[in-house]
Ligand binder design. Structure first.
Ligand code: IVH
Length: 684
């Protein structure tokens, strides 16, 4: 490799590492395994060792030892902290309002608009008027206890405003409101808001870090999240965070969102001064225009406006879809964008048979991450954009993760671009395809035997999210399919050792491991079981909802369509999909086969006994294989890491432990034998 390509490679590696680290530590999501991330870091480290002149202060390799601890107490809340769906245009707002009108056709709609602060969401519970617990959003229900760090935010009162003064300020309000407010002094008040750091502060902190050769923070959100999720609250204090409060939890009797803001202010909370009521789409759009104009002079970062149905009663009636309330939406200000060239188009076949055109791009950096592929979502979108091979295109991030192509830079065309041909046959199985016009042109392969589609169905089925059959990688599954050992995923459970030995390159031990892995995957929580069915529109959220309403799939099967529709937060289309899935004879056969194979549904609660605990395994254990113990840990909500760090809670030690044990001893990590571990999970 010449120096230029090394440089390029280093750049891409750093961007990827930073991205995955950010996603893992800040967003609490794992896009790639920690093993994979470690291997990227290793590759970067090796390159930098060979070319030391390319080392920079902000390289992820320079981070050693500065990783903050993440052992926070978990806080469970009754009212989940939700997220918001996004809108990008007034057209999106019009469709949002249409969806609302369908549910409450005869109601007068008024809105409340506020700035969407780009920081970190939190909740504070005041008990008897005193700051008691502060928590991050976490997964919505379970947050992390960051009380000490939130207490460093000067604008957050440690005590709500004195009762006498508050009562005086609300003297003209109703009896009901007065009673609610009085209870805040003799009970609980929970408020929610967004912590942030001013742009000035952010700049100052980065300048100091640069001088000291420390990693720079990428943006204000990053630093806010990093400061609040610190074990040492002195660090948070030094960062001088700030916060806007935007909601009062519960208190359903408070008639509107604007009223809530009024009360919050009286109680002594800092609310954003620019929020206001809007009464029409035009008013919402001009609120956003004003916000755009003000954006650069605000002194803090925002990424859009939040529009809410102002009337609280209507807001509640609109309910929640997935994890977002139907009565609110984030109207974004603009996407982060960049441009690059389309090298070619690849077709991906999804588990539902939809053909998705995916563009291979000249690698490009977008917000710190190198992008080399972007989805075009569907062929309708491809036609709408008129993308050609060789085009320079604008890439953006719709949410924050998946990059997509937003448009073509026509002026960059030189006439050599090539038209993209819409397939008339499935590129995998060669069968004819179906064209569906559902607002956009969707091309679908309906061949149940299409190999690529089948592979995607199987990969999903064995993935960690679903049956977690880690002993069967994607390659093994492909071989099993190619050799006709399985025709649907339920067949996995009746595989015999001979089936594996028949495959190329399969030795006894490997076959045994694979079988063990299958055997140990027969217990599954209801929500994951439902996800394994591949029902259209039923993802994790809906599966979880179903799991909290039904004990087993057979109960769903005997439920009427009306009953399904009446379940709160399940939309009619989804209810219909669920109903129909359970009436298809192939599906019924598939479910029966799974049950006959001994699939057993386990208690959801069991899945949280090791919640948040991190384990490391070293040496050979007396009875359990690596795969099996890892799965046990994961099933109970724990995590298995591969390298020693202070993040680890327990190290499970077998025969001939490696050097990991010594390092763990130095860090005083608690040691467990296999028996200790089994006792531990048994007693919980
Ligand atoms: S209202 C149901 N108001 O945006 C959620 N959210 O995707 C109601 N956010 O993590 C949220 N500024 O923390 C609301 N003025 C504001 C906000 C705001 C920022 C954040 C919120 C949440 C995310 C929603």
């Amino acid at each position: 490799m010449d120096k230029k390509s090394v440089k390029n490679k280093i750049k891409r590696l750093r961007a990827a590492i930073n991205h995955y680290r950010y996603v893992y530590h800040v967003l609490d999501r794992e896009e790639i395994s920690s093993e994979a991330l470690d291997s990227l870091k290793k590759e970067l480290f090796d390159l930098e060792t060979r070319f030391p002149s390319l080392i920079t202060a902000d390289s992820p390799t320079q981070r050693i030892g500065s990783r903050p601890l993440k052992k926070f107490k978990k806080i469970k809340r009754d009212t989940p902290m939700l997220s918001l769906n996004d809108a990008f245009s007034s057209g999106d707002i019009i469709s949002w309002i249409k969806r609302i009108k369908k549910i409450i056709p005869d109601e007068q709609l008024d809105f409340y608009c506020e700035y969407k602060i780009d920081g970190l969401a939190f909740q504070v519970d005041y008990i008897d008027g005193v700051f008691a617990i502060g928590s991050t959003r976490g997964d919505g229900i379970i947050g992390e206890d960051v009380t000490e760090n939130l207490k460093t935010i000067e604008s957050l009162p440690l005590k709500i405003r004195e009762k006498r003064a508050v009562m005086e300020d609300i003297r003209d309000m109703s009896r009901e409101i007065k009673d609610i407010v009085a209870q805040f002094y003799n009970g609980k008040l929970s408020i929610r808001g967004e912590a942030f750091i001013s742009r000035d502060n952010f700049k100052k902190i980065n300048e100091t870090r640069k001088k000291n050769g420390l990693t720079l923070f990428a943006n204000t959100r990053n630093i806010t999240a990093g400061s609040i999720r610190q074990l040492d609250s002195k660090v948070a204090a030094a960062r001088k965070l700030d916060a806007f409060i935007y909601d009062l939890v519960g208190c359903d009797k408070i008639i509107s969102h604007s009223y809530r803001h009024k009360l919050l202010k009286i109680l002594g909370f800092k609310i954003n001064p620019y929020s206001r009521e809007c009464h029409s789409i035009d008013e919402i759009v001009s609120f956003r225009e004003e916000c755009k104009e003000r954006r650069d002079s605000l002194g803090y970062d925002i990424d859009g406006i939040v529009v809410l149905v102002n009337n609280n009663n209507l807001f509640n009636r609109l309910g929640v879809v997935g994890k977002a309330p139907r009565g609110a939406i984030a109207f974004k200000l603009g996407l982060k964008q960049t441009t690059t060239r389309v090298k070619n188009i690849e077709v991906q076949i999804g588990r539902t048979g939809i053909l998705t055109p995916v563009a291979n791009l000249d690698p490009v950096d977008l917000g710190g991450v190198t992008i080399s592929r972007a989805t075009l979502h569907n062929y309708g979108e491809l036609e709408r954009l008129g993308v050609m091979i060789g085009d320079t295109v604008i890439i953006g991030r719709a949410g924050d993760v998946i990059p997509d192509i937003i448009g073509v830079v026509h002026k960059m065309r030189d006439g050599k671009e090539k038209k993209i041909i819409i397939p008339s046959r499935c590129p995998s199985c060669g069968e004819g395809i179906n064209r569906e016009e559902k607002g956009s042109l969707i091309i679908r392969c309906n061949n149940p035997n299409c190999l690529d589609k089948k592979k995607r169905i199987f990969t999903h089925f064995i993935s960690r999210k679903i049956f977690d059959i880690s002993g069967l990688g994607g390659r093994v599954i492909e071989k099993l399919i190619d050799n006709n050992k399985v025709s649907d995923p339920a067949d996995i459970f009746s595989l015999k050792i001979e089936d594996f030995l028949d495959l190329d390159g399969f030795a006894n031990k490997m076959a045994e491991n694979a079988l063990n892995s299958i055997l140990s995957s027969k217990k599954i929580e209801m929500n994951r079981f439902i996800q394994s069915f591949n029902i259209k529109n039923v993802g994790k959220e809906t599966a979880t909802l179903l799991a909290s309403n039904f004990k087993n799939p057979e109960d769903i099967m005997s439920t009427s369509l009306e009953e399904l529709i009446s379940i709160k937060d399940i939309g009619e289309i989804t209810a219909r999909n669920i109903y129909e899935w359970f009436r298809n004879k192939d599906n019924i056969k598939f479910l029966r086969k799974l049950r006959e194979a001994g699939i057993e549904i386990i208690d959801e609660k069991k899945g949280t006994t090791l919640a948040g605990k991190k384990f490391l395994i070293t040496g050979t254990l007396p009875s359990l294989s690596r795969d099996v113990i890892k799965k046990k840990i994961r099933l109970m909500g724990g995590k298995v890491l591969e390298s020693v760090s202070s993040k680890i809670d327990y190290i499970i030690v077998g025969k001939n432990p490696g050097s990991k044990l010594n390092r763990a001893k130095r860090l005083k990590i608690e040691e467990l034998s296999e028996a200790d571990f089994l006792k531990m999970i048994d007693s919980k």
